[in-house]
Design a protein around this ligand. Structure first.
Ligand code: BGC
Length: 594
């Protein structure tokens, strides 16, 4: 499913009425791994087993993470101040959403200079300090790379727009309007932008239209022009040379369009912007993009240090996802995001079982990357929660993310259970998506509110009078400080899972085998242990009822006895039998199989 269709069908914006407090059990095995307030070291990465295969990657939306200079907007020095927290949590890498100079129409996704840092976030020297300080804590830094488009204020576009004969004219997609009509009402075709209305903007100076998949201020680069590839790859090198660990490639399936500019076929219904829905097959996921990915991979692989290429890949199915790895050739992206799992958007055990198995078996042995949250979508707390059992449900999502074999990607605040907090008045909306889509689509501000560090002013995010987006009201109870002090908090649940995943060889390597495969209410799987390492059983009750499950029939996979590693709910703390296990509502049970 296309992510933008996903946006339009956002669900679960309701704010939970109250939280269910669960009694959580941390058995001694896990306590001992985490006691001295520091995570255990990771096992060493090797050539054939790169670090990113086992990583937890943490997305930072820099405007909202930590403000160091009292302007109400987060910055690079703010991230440095919070690295100790990230180390304590146990993550391996941060992906920072764009920090390049930008008019900030799309909050950094409109880049006007690929080789610098926007002054509101700091300087290149601040960036270098961040990379060094992160490295000292065993944390890598991943950049966001926007290859599909630039800002209309980028010098490349300014030149390109200056005349039809400019040498950079062919760097963007310029076209005459359809004959017969009167500009600006005769665009070359009927394509609509992901952010609403025509994807073509008329330019009076040169009398042609330019194409923009996103905002008018984000003209698309023309990837059929080899000079564009050369220039953009040059900017990629600039950051690789500076020591970044890799890139998250923004909106990467949108690089190419049908060169004939054929009209898109219309689909039933109207979207939040009032446009007719249409098929995106002529401007999204075109096969030509794979050649660029192969060349990019081959360039990046020449750098030492196992740099990683991650793709923002909202795709319709696992077969399409596999193509982004280069299938059996493994020569494209290392980690295209599997958004099929995290964006199921309902607790459906059958669908989760199917999609996790697909990622295990249908991507040619490539490494899956699961994601539940990011800066573009309503937070998982709201998408999956029912308003009553939200915290218990959040524990289930964290368990899937961190106990399957996939690389895990988290979004700041997910570990706290931060919620999407929508603006209530159009005049408060910052994201232009929300301005165009109001009130059907209130935009993405709600999932970008400042990180909740403590219960002081602005949740410890900033000393400013006002912050760029308001802090969510629940910060008083839901914040790092409070949750860190509570061993049973959602934050500590994440930390324990990360610690187990980091240190337990079975959770690192073991194959995932689904159990009880016709059960519509309980998702269970085994991570299979290698020689000398016990297998691990993960069981999650997806319903609000007590469910009884038994695994003692599967002698090949499940030996006689279990011992609890982590469980939500007192009753599972001392569960050893694999027969007739009573799982309370939304319970999670993780056990070692002896
Ligand atoms: C980013 C969005 C951005 C869009 C255009 C995306 O997919 O995640 O935040 O608005 O690309 O760059």
């Amino acid at each position: 499913m296309c992510r933008y269709t996903e946006w339009l069908s956002r669900i679960g914006r309701t704010i939970p009425f109250f939280l269910l407090t669960l009694s959580l059990i941390t058995p001694p095995a896990v306590q001992s791994q985490t006691k001295h307030n520091g995570q255990k070291p990771r096992s060493q990465a090797s050539e054939s087993d790169p670090w990113w295969k086992h990583a937890v990657i943490y997305e930072i939306y820099p405007r909202s993470f930590q403000d160091s200079n009292g302007e109400g907007i987060g910055d690079l020095n703010g991230i440095v101040q919070r690295l100790d927290y990230l180390q304590w949590l146990g993550i391996d890498a941060i992906w920072i959403s764009p920090i390049y100079p930008s008019p900030q129409v799309d909050f950094g996704y409109d880049i006007s200079d690929y080789e610098n840092v926007d002054p509101q976030y700091g300087s290149l020297a601040d960036f270098d300090r961040l990379v060094t300080a992160a490295k000292q804590r065993g944390i890598r830094v991943i950049m966001d790379m926007v290859m599909n488009h630039t800002s209309d204020k980028h010098p490349w576009f300014i030149e390109s727009a200056s005349s039809r004969t400019n040498s950079k004219r062919g760097w963007y997609i310029w076209h005459d309007g359809k004959p017969g009509g009167v500009p600006p009402n005769n665009p070359p075709n009927n394509w609509t932008s992901n952010f609403g209305h025509s994807a073509w903007q008329y330019d009076k100076t040169t009398g042609q239209y330019y194409y923009h998949r996103f905002y008018i201020q984000q003209p698309d680069l023309n990837w059929r022009n080899s000079a564009v590839e050369k220039a953009v790859f040059g900017t990629v090198r600039f950051w690789l040379d500076r020591g970044v660990a890799g890139f998250r490639l923004d909106a990467i399936p949108t690089l190419f369009e049908d060169p004939k500019l054929t009209d898109a076929s219309e689909l039933p219904g109207i979207n939040a912007y009032g446009d007719r829905n249409q098929s995106s097959t002529l401007y999204e996921n075109l096969p030509e993009v794979h050649g660029v990915m192969r060349r990019l991979r081959s360039m990046v692989d020449k750098y030492s240090g196992q740099r990683v290429l991650i793709g923002e890949t909202y795709l319709p199915n696992v077969q399409e996802l596999d193509k982004w790895y280069g299938g059996a050739k493994h020569d494209e992206l290392n980690l295209p995001m599997d958004l099929q799992v995290g964006f199921i958007n309902k607790l459906d055990a059958t669908l989760f079982r199917q999609r996790i198995s697909d990622a295990e078996t249908k991507i040619n042995g490539n490494q899956p990357l699961f994601v539940f949250d990011n800066h573009d979508n309503v937070r998982s707390w709201n998408r999956y929660g029912d308003g009553v059992n939200d915290e218990a449900i959040a524990r289930i999502l964290a368990t899937i993310l961190l106990t399957t074999r996939s690389t895990a990607m988290m979004y700041y605040g997910e570990e706290l259970g931060m919620t999407t907090t929508q603006p209530t008045r159009k005049e408060d909306v910052k994201d232009p998506v929300g301005i165009t889509g109001w009130p059907q689509d209130k935009g993405r501000d709600g999932e970008r509110t400042p990180m909740q560090w403590d219960d002081t002013k602005n949740a410890g995010f900033s000393t400013a009078q006002t912050t760029w987006l308001p802090v969510a009201a629940d910060y008083v109870t839901k914040n790092v400080k409070t949750e860190r002090d509570n061993p049973e908090s959602l934050l500590n649940w994440h930390r324990k899972l990360i610690a187990m995943r980091r240190t337990n060889p079975t959770l690192r390597e073991g194959e995932t085998i689904m159990l009880d495969t016709t059960n519509p209410s309980v998702l269970s799987y085994v991570r299979k242990g290698g020689t000398g390492h016990p297998s691990i059983l993960v069981v999650m009750n997806f319903t609000g009822n007590t469910e009884i499950v038994s695994f003692d029939g599967q002698k090949d996979l499940i030996p006689g006895k279990a011992s609890t590693l982590l469980a939500s709910g007192i009753s599972l703390a001392h569960q050893t039998s694999l027969n007739g296990i009573a799982l309370p509502a939304y319970a999670v049970w993780i056990a070692s199989l002896e």
